[in-house]
Design a protein. Structure first.
Lengths: 575, 352
């Protein structure tokens, strides 16, 4: 057994490392090294919830966005929905549309930048699909192979998506315009029209480029599957095999219907709810069985986290987050991230969870561009019921297109609503008003998954604040029952090619000499060696070097966001 | 005209990154051709939310890709600036990433260290098993230029804020300059605050350093060209409302944001003219300024929805840097304008 340690894991948000214990498996054809057990280490603690104590509740909207600069908008949204409830108001229909437009544009940026800049490079390289391979790997390739074509265009498109966020939010990252009961930004004709102009280009790109890239990757993955199966002597479905977690998925839902906000708030009040009137539904998908979301089934465990055991198994809002609950030298604890559980089971959260809860395991629908009437067919059958790298990527691409379509519909509708409803609920008398007491739950789905903000107001200030964020769900440690978290589970069984570099693996899978007269791996080696990257993803352990490319693709497929793990604190990895 | 420290303010003014690079591209490329090497950047993340990296990726003209691939050093194929180390976008992870950081330290051309995120007490942030404090100290010792981007790296930001229930800051977070002085490194840090840093500010600063020009800094280490003007007094498009005493007090109204809590009067930044996301908008257009360009943020600017004159913590602070004068002038200004406004109303009534 070797211990393979990767830290820092780049192309994610924040400071993350993983330790993987390997085991040797004899396939009958060859001996391969796979991950036996994995441990996820989150390496930063800032204590934002503690910092919020005693402040004006409305400051939470601004401060919690700074939990994460990659996903600030959803933190703002979860926070403002918790404040809505605590202030005893609901947003006006105009405000719901504005919030939806701002947030949806933000999701497009986030999903695309992840697909192309963060997780994409390994997928592009292993699948031999040049448009998703970073162009830094060679000028000739850029010209002749279209190397990095989509990668480069994505930088432009994500920026334009964020221009829509800035139109409605002042700037991105960290927008300013949401307020309890509504928004502070006005739905001017100018903003609506500019939104439509920008989203039109983005929609076309999602339909013509991103969706095609996804289908191309799916096709390449079929060839990859055959060849890897042949090579290793086992049945392997490439990116559809790696990355399976527990088969339990949780979604809180996204984008409420402005005409049916009553349906949306039920979940906040603790009632079982599917939030079926929303674009993305809420619920728990447990190995094929769909159940409604119930707020009070959320608990956090800390046996392996550096907190006092007395808070273990409690609902997050039952714990006062102060310095007192921290236990820095706790024996046997190997993480500072807590382990959130739903019905005491491990649940994966994120784009795939949203799709499963909303559409089941077969997604087949048409999206129609309301501006030009063009329609695009979307069809995907989930390839691995317990989740996989490719299913998560597919979920992001498809949601980008879906949300782009919705933005157009909402923008058109907003033209009618703008004159009909105010931007803030009239129950808010002025900017001085803060309730004496109040309590609220914001249940939203960040790009990375289920996000909960809880606020309790006493004497017009924050008495307690709690956030349960997606990256604690996905990257948290084992719970009190010893069950590994989703990423830890998803790494189990992943192949770590021993002493085979990235170019060597590529040559083995793609032996044809059809890339500028070379094998794919040789062409890559020629491009990356001058940049000092010949040994990319190779980690030394036990006198050998392990290729961690597939393992990194698994970790990245969850789109880790470590800054979000606000409870988390440094863990020194002992090798 | 050649760029020099002396004329930096005058020449750059409100020039955007694109105009700056167009004007000086030939000079930059020439400066680099002589040494046949690019500028080596090491971008470290401490107690950060990565918002500044994402903000940098929103750079529009030139965009991130153009900066890294199109503006080349002669025919070397190498870009003018390349992050040898940058966690959020780098190809390499783990051991190789750390090796590349070592390589950065040994590069012969100028080494720029960019820091995002605050510096905390030991044990709260670790990369590759080593405390962030040690990573930063080692890199700062050999860096030719150090740029702190964003409110956290400049002044400690939100990680450095205190809970308002009397407890202390959970991790002892502070800005880079303060940390360097503490560990005995006497180097000047170029501070580019705002939360996040504006990509234009980063690009223009980088480009001017390549020309050998260190921007003139104010007493907080901020380039004066970006942070030398008071937003409310000198740049705000809503200022006429203020002068006429028209204030927003309820959602949905139109007017000056002062009374709802806008921090423009105590914030020095060019946001109002430079704007964000390819010149799309800025905070005051959709709500109000919360003061993120200033030291002491957020605590001294909080509660955000509180009028500057009513801030519990700004008054004690105001005497030194923000300036009693300004605050006094603001109060006086309101007084005079309010009276004038009343006066004109009265006058109108009389006319009727």
């Amino acid at each position: 057994m070797a211990k393979v340690w990767v830290d820092p894991i780049t192309r994610i948000e924040g400071h993350l490392g993983v330790t993987m214990e390997t085991k040797e498996v004899d396939t009958g054809k060859m001996k391969i090294d796979v991950v036996d057990k994995a441990y996820s280490h989150t390496n930063l603690f800032r204590g934002i919830e503690i910092i919020l104590r005693g402040r004006d509740p409305r400051d939470a909207f601004f401060i919690t966005q700074r939990i994460c600069g990659v996903c600030p908008a959803p933190h703002g949204e979860a926070s403002i929905q918790a404040l809505d409830q605590a202030f005893g108001v609901t947003p006006t229909p105009t405000a719901v549309l504005i919030r939806n437009i701002l947030q949806a544009a933000y999701y497009i940026y986030d999903h695309l930048i992840h697909t192309y800049i963060l997780v994409g490079p390994e997928i592009g390289i292993v699948c031999k699909y040049p448009p998703m391979v970073p162009p830094a790997l060679g000028k000739e390739g850029v010209r002749k192979l279209g190397l990095g074509r989509s990668y480069v265009e994505c930088i432009d498109i994500q920026r334009k998506a964020n221009e829509i966020v800035a139109l409605w939010g002042g700037k991105f990252p960290h927008h300013t315009s949401e307020y309890p009961g509504g928004v502070t930004v006005k739905p001017t004709r100018d903003r609506i029209n500019l939104t439509l102009t920008k989203i039109t280009e983005i929609w076309e790109w999602c339909a013509d480029v991103a969706l095609n890239d996804l289908m191309a990757i799916k096709e390449r993955n079929e060839v990859l599957s055959e060849r890897v199966s042949e090579l290793l002597g086992i049945e392997h479905k490439g990116f559809a095999t790696i990355g399976a977690s527990w088969g339990n998925f949780l979604s809180y839902g996204l984008f409420p219907d402005p005409e049916n906000y009553d349906d949306w708030v039920k979940a906040q009040e603790g009632e079982p709810s599917f939030r079926k009137s929303a674009v993305i539904h809420a619920g728990a998908w447990q190995n094929g069985e769909l159940k409604p979301l119930e707020r009070d089934k959320i608990v956090e465990y800390v046996k392996y986290s550096r907190y006092k055991d007395e808070i273990s198994g409690k609902k997050p809002w039952e714990v006062e987050m102060t310095n007192d609950v921290v236990w820095k030298d706790k024996p046997n604890a190997y993480a500072w991230s807590k382990a959130p559980r739903y019905e005491n089971k491990v649940h994966e959260v994120g784009p795939l969870a949203r799709m499963l809860v909303t559409y089941g395991s077969k997604w087949k629908f048409e999206v129609e561009n309301p501006i030009n009437g063009r329609s695009v067919k979307v069809e995907w059958e989930v390839m691995n019921p317990k989740g996989s790298v490719i299913d998560r990527v597919a979920s992001r691409v498809i949601q980008s297109l879906l949300f782009a379509t919705k933005i157009m519909e909402w923008a058109v509708k907003l033209k009618e609503y703008a004159n009909e409803y105010p931007i803030v609920n009239p129950k808010i008398p002025d900017y001085k008003f803060v309730p004496q007491e109040g309590e609220g739950w914001g249940l939203w789905d960040a790009p990375r998954g289920a996000l909960l903000h809880y606020v309790r107001i006493k004497n017009r200030v924050i008495a307690n604040y709690a956030c349960v964020v997606p990256s604690t769900w996905n990257l948290g440690p084992r719970d009190d029952f010893g069950n590994p978290g989703p990423v830890e589970k998803a790494l189990e069984g992943c192949w770590l090619p021993k002493n085979m570099s990235v170019p060597e693996v590529c040559n083995a899978i793609w032996p044809e000499k059809d890339v500028l007269g070379m094998k794919w791996g040789d062409a890559l080696a020629k491009a990356i060696s001058p940049l000092g990257l010949a040994e990319v993803n190779m980690e030394p352990s036990d006198g050998a070097k392990f290729n961690t490319s597939l393992a990194l693709a698994v970790v990245r497929s969850f789109d880790p966001c470590i800054a979000c793990g606000v409870h988390t604190i440094e863990l020194k990895v002992r090798r | 005209m050649r760029l020099s420290r002396r004329n930096f303010l005058k020449l750059v003014g409100a020039m955007g990154a694109s105009a700056f690079l167009t004007t000086y591209k030939a000079d930059i490329v020439k400066a680099l051709e002589e040494v046949k090497d690019y500028w080596h950047i090491c971008w470290l993340n401490g107690a950060a939310c990565t918002g500044c990296t994402i903000s940098f990726a929103q750079s529009a003209d030139p965009d991130l890709f153009q900066i890294l691939t199109e503006i080349l050093v002669g025919n070397s194929g190498l870009p003018i600036a390349l992050p040898d180390y940058m966690e959020t976008i780098h190809v390499a992870s783990g051991t190789l990433a750390e090796e590349l950081k070592e390589r950065w330290k040994n590069s012969k051309r100028a080494k720029i260290l960019i820091v995002e995120g605050a510096v905390q007490n030991e044990g709260f942030c670790t990369i590759h098993g080593k405390d962030f404090r040690d990573h930063l100290k080692e890199a700062a010792e050999i860096a030719d230029y150090i740029i702190a981007v964003g409110q956290c790296a400049t002044f400690g930001g939100i990680p450095g804020a205190k809970p308002w229930d009397g407890e202390g800051n959970p991790t002892g977070a502070k800005g880079v300059q303060e940390f360097l002085y503490e560990v005995g490194i006497n180097k000047t840090v170029i501070n580019i605050p705002c939360c996040p840093a504006n990509p234009d500010h980063i690009v223009v600063t980088l480009a001017s350093l390549m020309l050998g020009v260190v921007p003139e800094l104010d007493e907080h280490g901020r380039p004066k060209v970006f942070f030398g003007r008071n937003m409310h007094k000198e740049l705000c498009p809503y200022r006429p409302y203020y002068d006429r005493g028209i204030f927003i007090t309820k959602p949905g109204e139109e007017g000056c944001r002062f009374k709802m809590g806008c921090k423009g009067p105590i914030c020095n930044t060019d946001c109002a003219i430079r704007k964000w996301n390819n010149g799309t908008s800025y905070c005051v257009e959709t709500n109000m300024c919360i003061g993120c360009a200033e030291p002491g943020w957020p605590d001294k600017f909080s509660p955000f929805y509180s009028e500057v004159t009513e801030l519990p913590k700004v008054l004690g602070f105001g005497a030194e840097k923000i300036g009693e004068g300004l605050l006094g002038a603001t109060l006086l200004g309101i007084g005079i304008h309010a009276v004038r406004h009343l006066g004109s109303k009265k006058h109108k009534k009389e006319e009727e």
